[in-house]
Design a protein around this ligand. Structure first.
Ligand code: 13P
Ligand code: 13P
Ligand code: MG
Ligand code: MG
Length: 365
C-alpha cells in the first residue's frame, strides 16, 4: 500500500525562552489530530517536540504537498500560537511568516519533510528532529549514511546497496537543484554539500529501484523573511533496512558530534548533541544544538512507536564530547569560528549595523 509520511514542524513559542515546548501546546495539537484520524483523513499521527519546536508526524494517503494535510497543520500552529499568546510564551508565532494559509505551508515558515512510499513487509523509519541548527545540518550525516562505507558497511557487503544512492541537492540561494550519483560522483557532490549553509541534501533515492530513501526540510527562514527570525531547526525522514542502511547505520553518524550553525541567536557554530526527547531542552547559551531520533515501524500506515533512539546509553560519550566541544567553541566568544562567518551575518545582522555606520567608513589612503 502507498503511504505518505509528513513531518511538519514550527516554533510557535518557547517555554522558557527558546528552551522547550509547553505541554499545553503538545496536548492541543494531539487533540486537533484525533478527529481527522477518526474521520479517515489521517491514518495515524504522533505529536512531539524538539526543544522549542512543535513536531507533527503524520501518516495518510493523500500524497506529498496535499492542501488538506498542510491546512490542518497550519491551523494547529495557529491554534497553538493562541495558547502561546495566552501564556505569554516566548516568541509566540515565531515561525509563522505568512498572515493566511494559501495552499501549502512551504515558504510560509514551518519546516516540511514528506515522502510517499510503497510500504514494505517491514518498514522501519527514523524521523530526525533538530533544534538550534539550520537545514544543512543533515548534509554530513546523510552523506555518511548513504555514501560512506566507513559508516555504512552495508554499502560494501549488502548486494542490494552496492550500486549506491542518488542525492538530490538544492541550492537554496539560487533556487536550483541537481542530482549526483554515488559512489562515482562523491567528489563533485562534496564540493557542494560541504557548504551546508547554501547547498542542502533534499532527498536520496536507491539507484537500482528508484525508491525514496530519505527526505529533509530545507526551508531557510532568514531567506524567506529577509531577516533573522529564529533558526530553521530542520527535520529529516530516513527509511531503513532491506535495500536501505540498517537502523544502526542510520544512527551511527550522530555518535561523532559535528559542528553546525544555529546556536545562540542563530548566529553561532556549536556541536550537534544527540539526545532523548526529554533532554531536547537547550539551555546553555541557548544550546548546544540538539538532535533527537524517533523510530517507528510503519504498519498499514500506522506508526508503531516511537522508540526514542538516542535515549540509548551508547550515545553518552557523544554527549560528553559535544559538551567539551561546546566549551571550546564558547571560549571564542564573539569571534569566528564560533560566531558565524560574515557572509551569513550579511543578510541578518550586518545590514542594520552598516546602515547605522553609513558615512563613517572612509577610503583607505
Ligand atoms: P536484518 O537482517 O534484520 O535486516 O538486519 C541486518 C543487520 O544485521 C543490521 O545490523
Ligand atoms: P530557535 O530558532 O530555536 O527559536 O532559537 C532561537 C535562538 O537562537 C535562541 O538563541
Ligand atoms: Mg524559539
Ligand atoms: Mg527551535
Amino acid at each position: 500500500m502507498k503511504v505518505t509520511m509528513s513531518v511538519i514542524k514550527a516554533d510557535i513559542g518557547g517555554y522558557v525562552g527558546h528552551s522547550d515546548t509547553h505541554p499545553e501546546m503538545i496536548a492541543r495539537a494531539d487533540e486537533m489530530l484525533a478527529k481527522p484520524k477518526q474521520d479517515g483523513l489521517l491514518i495515524d499521527y504522533h505529536v512531539t517536540k524538539c526543544g522549542d519546536d512543535l513536531q507533527l508526524i503524520i501518516t495518510h494517503q493523500k500524497g506529498v504537498d496535499n492542501e488538506e494535510i498542510h491546512k490542518l497543520t497550519w491551523d494547529i500552529f495557529i491554534e497553538c500560537t493562541e495558547i502561546a499568546k495566552k501564556l505569554k510564551l516566548h516568541g509566540a508565532g515565531q515561525d509563522l511568516l505568512a498572515d493566511a494559509f494559501s495552499g501549502n505551508v512551504r515558504g510560509m515558515g514551518p519546516g516540511v519533510a514528506e515522502m510517499e512510499f510503497d510500504e514494505r513487509g517491514s518498514e522501519p523509519v527514523i524521523v530526525f528532529m533538530a533544534d538550534k541548527t539550520s537545514s544543512g545540518a543533515w548534509n554530513m550525516p546523510l552523506y555518511k549514511i548513504f555514501a560512506d562505507p566507513f559508516n555504512t558497511i552495508g554499502l560494501v557487503i549488502a548486494e542490494n546497496m552496492h550500486n549506491g544512492f542518488a542525492f538530490e541537492v538544492h541550492d537554496v540561494k539560487e533556487s536550483k537543484k541537481i542530482t549526483f550519483n554515488t559512489p562515482e560522483e562523491i567528489y563533485d557532490l562534496l564540493v557542494f554539500i560541504g557548504a551546508p549553509s547554501r547547498f542542502m541534501v533534499k532527498a536520496i533515492y536507491h539507484r537500482d529501484s528508484g525508491n525514496i530513501a530519505a527526505v529533509s526540510s530545507t526551508q531557510r527562514l532568514a531567506l524567506i523573511a529577509g531577516r533573522y527570525v529564529g533558526k530553521d531547526d530542520p527535520v529529516c525522514i530516513v527509511r531503513s533496512q532491506g535495500e536501505f542502511p540498517a537502523v544502526g547505520e542510520v544512527l551511527e553518524p550522530f555518535a561523532s558530534p559535528i559542528l553546525v550553525e544555529g546556536w545562540m541567536r542563530g548566529s553561532h557554530m556549536g556541536p550537534l548533541m544527540p539526545v532523548a526527547v526529554c533532554d531536547s531542552t537547550p539551555t546553555r547559551f541557548d544550546g548546544p544544538p540538539r538532535v533527537t531520533a524517533a523510530g517507528f515501524q510503519v504498519s498499514g500506515g500506522k506508526l508503531i512507536g516511537p522508540r526514542d533512539m538516542f535515549a540509548d546509553k551508547s550515545y553518552d560519550l557523544a554527549r560528553q564530547q559535544a559538551n567539551e566541544m561546546a566549551d571550546m567553541m564558547r571560549s571564542h566568544g564573539p569571534f569566528e569560528p564560533h560566531r558565524l562567518p560574515l557572509e551569513e551575518m550579511e543578510y541578518t545582522t550586518m545590514p542594520q549595523v552598516m546602515k547605522k555606520l553609513e558615512g563613517r567608513f572612509t577610503d583607505l589612503e
